[in-house]
Design a protein around this ligand. Structure first.
Ligand SMILES: Nc1ncnc2c1ncn2[C@@H]1O[C@H](COP(=O)(O)OP(=O)(O)OP(=O)(O)O)[C@@H](O)[C@H]1O
Length: 227
């Protein structure tokens, strides 16, 4: 039996209200995000990548259409229920590494805080080692490079118990070396039992995607490399 997709969108449109009337950011979107692996949303600026990511991250509600998470219909759920899902099961990583972390806590304390805020007891053992941050447990967040901070943000999402982790342009605010660390982290996570979705212009990141969903003018134009 085919496994239940991590996320599914059917007939989705999203209009943003503006003073000069609604702006349609994505339309006629039918999309299945398979469980596990790395799904990449690609396309030119303004094509709707961030909006689609926010719909998948249960941050935006569609103007039209339906969203499912883990086989359950999410569209129509109360605000409180959506917030609960976003607290641990569907976690969004912000572009700016520091926005994802408590800078006055150590690396280890950030992991514990992420787990506790999600109602979990303790962070998974070896998470720092497994994500390329061995020996940093007692470090202040400010002692980490941007790439290491993004790595820690992913580790915190896992510590919170995330089943889906979403990242908007995770390499765009990083120097080349830090971006490489984040790409390595995404490649590693793609082999774990977690679904990662990233919106990106970065060719190196797009190359890692399976599938790669391409957008233009708010519509999906192709889905390549569906596992
Ligand atoms: N909050 C908003 N209010 C009004 N229009 C918006 C808003 N956010 C996005 N848009 C519009 O929706 C469309 C899609 O934007 P979106 O940010 O999703 O595209 P994108 O592909 O992520 O672009 P970029 O690569 O530049 O981040 C664009 O026309 C954009 O101007």
């Amino acid at each position: 039996m085919a496994s239940v997709p991590a996320l599914e969108l059917r007939g989705v449109r999203l209009d943003y209200p503006t003073p000069s009337g609604p702006v349609t950011a994505v339309k006629e979107v039918d999309l299945v995000v398979p469980r596990g692996g790395l799904t990449v949303l690609a396309g030119p600026s303004g094509s709707g990548k961030s909006t689609l990511l926010r719909l998948l991250g249960l941050v935006e509600r569609p103007t039209e259409g339906t969203v499912w998470f883990d086989g359950g219909r999410v569209t129509g759920l109360a605000h409180r229920q959506l917030r609960r899902l976003r607290r641990n099961r569907v976690v969004m990583i912000f572009q700016n590494p520091a926005d994802n972390l408590f800078d006055y806590l150590t690396v280890g304390e950030n992991l514990v805080a992420a787990a506790q805020l999600a109602g979990r007891r303790a962070a998974q053992e070896n998470l720092l080692e497994r994500l390329g941050l061995p020996g940093t447990e007692g470090w202040r967040v400010s002692a980490l490079s941007g790439g290491q901070q993004q790595r820690l943000a992913f580790a915190c999402a896992i510590a919170a118990g995330a089943e889906v982790v979403l990242a908007d342009e995770p390499t765009s605010q990083l120097d080349a070396r830090s971006a490489t660390l984040v790409l390595e982290t995404l490649a590693e996570l793609a082999t774990w039992d977690v679904t990662v979705v990233a919106a990106s212009h970065d060719d190196r990141l797009i190359e890692l995607g399976s599938p790669v969903v391409r957008l233009r003018d708010g519509r999906i134009t192709s889905t390549e490399g569906l596992r």
